[in-house]
Design a protein around this ligand. Structure first.
Ligand SMILES: [Zn+2]
Length: 251
């Protein structure tokens, strides 16, 4: 028998528990879940806020950066008084104020050598980073450990999100979509600029997909890439398929 909710949990999560698709069973899955979020910036902020507010029991946040004044226009988990703090520590403080029962593990370094250990311990991995090298490293670890990966990106007014449920044999991976050898230009917020709510929209969608994957409800954005132009509010979805010759997930 699963552990009963405390009276406080019944109230805190009441609006989830009354949803027929979630109920007590779904909320229990969230409380028991462990999620890895890599990046505590524009995308990581709404991701962390929604995961914590929703009651995801264990959140591991990884980011080597510190909070800077230029971050505050869009990185909504951080406050002005947190300038200079490691981003993961700033986020941990905010999340504790929202939901003290959530355990937040703050890793204030590049994910580097711990990637395999962290990915293997997670139920779902969220990529909220801003560079291709890290994205590919995260993808390779998710393929190795067969973990669902929720990938998001946003720059200027353009955002994208995709889910790669690598527990499934037929799932494409991030590398199938963006081969590393491709000469994709790296588009960083620092150079290109970013519309503040764009990363809020994409990050919130990533959090929603992660919750759905944990609970096994609905239809995830599996093997689909959703592209959003927030300036003109145009949204399209492209079906993705596994590349049989992919160097990362192919046979
Ligand atoms: Zn692949």
């Amino acid at each position: 028998m699963t552990q009963p909710f405390t009276e406080e949990q019944v109230q805190r999560y009441a609006r989830h528990i009354i949803l027929p698709n979630i109920g007590g069973a779904g909320q229990r899955k969230l409380l028991d879940a462990s999620v890895l979020v890599i990046g505590a910036g524009g995308l990581g902020s709404p991701i962390a806020l929604y995961l914590a507010a929703s009651g995801v029991g264990h959140i591991t946040l990884c980011d080597h950066d510190t909070v800077d004044l230029t971050n505050l226009q869009r990185q909504i988990v951080h406050y002005t008084e947190s300038i200079g703090l490691p981003k993961v520590e700033s986020a941990r403080l905010t999340l504790a104020r929202i939901n003290p029962e959530v355990q937040v593990e703050a890793i204030a370094s590049k994910v580097g050598g711990r990637l395999d250990e962290l990915v293997s311990a997670a139920d779902v991995v969220l990529d909220a980073t801003d560079n291709f090298a890290t994205r590919h490293a995260i993808n390779r670890a998710c393929v190795r450990h067969r973990k669902p990966l929720v990938s998001g990106a946003g720059v200027r007014f353009d955002g994208q999100i995709a889910v790669f449920d690598l527990r499934r044999d037929d799932s494409p991976c991030y590398h199938c979509l963006f081969p590393e050898e491709g000469d994709l230009e790296e588009m960083r917020c620092a150079v290109m600029g970013v519309f503040a709510p764009l990363v809020g929209i994409i990050g919130s969608m990533q959090a929603g997909e992660a919750l759905k994957l944990i609970m096994g409800i609905g239809e995830p954005l599996q093997a689909r890439l959703l592209l959003m132009d927030v300036l003109n509010m145009q949204i399209r979805t492209v079906k993705l398929s596994k590349d049989p010759s992919c160097k990362v997930c192919g046979n």
